[in-house]
Design a protein around this ligand. Sequence first.
Ligand SMILES: [Zn+2]
Length: 222
Amino acid sequence: MNSEFPAGVLFSSRVSGVGDLAGCLADLRFKERNESVRLLQYALQREGLLAASDVTGFFGNRTKRAVYEIFPDGLQVKNLPKIGLSTLSAAKVVRLDAPIAKGKVTYGYGIRNKRYIAGFHTGSDYAAPAGTPVYAIRSGRIEWAGSSKSGFGRWIGLRADNGRLYVYAHLLSHSVRAGQSVLAGQVIGAVGSTGTATGPHLHLEDHPPGRFVYGNTRRPQW
Ligand SMILES: [Zn+2]
């Protein structure tokens, strides 16, 4: 196994209680190709350090340069949360912190408003410039991707690996198709203002297992 990272950089001894983090870092080796590398690359892409075409699953020189650009001390468990890789298990990112980079909820779930057919805001809004990439918050399968006939505009339904259905609405574009498997952190579309929207933002909904039913939501968590 050829690794240019010193062993102490790849393996942190301070990983007790963090599940399989050490195991995941063990996968992140120079010249290796695997899904853990791909997840790291998605994270580096989110930071603007890798192009989409560099997300190959192969840990080559561009990935290595990107790692050292953001972490002069290399890949360590303590650094991973800084690029959104906060919960790793069995070589997979279980969840992202937010559906857009550094995303903050700008209009909360449940706010009463007669403007909505349900009478309340059925999701969480993340305001962001049009074209901002939106990410799969968990791994899963795309249930649909396209234009709705409703106020949701262009939308995506993501059936996540926790069984729940996450709906992304008002998108400018989508970059996935129905039936496609996606990994947490993968770009699936871009923020827009299609449908009923006063400005560009992502509207994210969290539905229970089963088919989509308007208004059958909870405050998004994943
Ligand atoms: Zn909304």
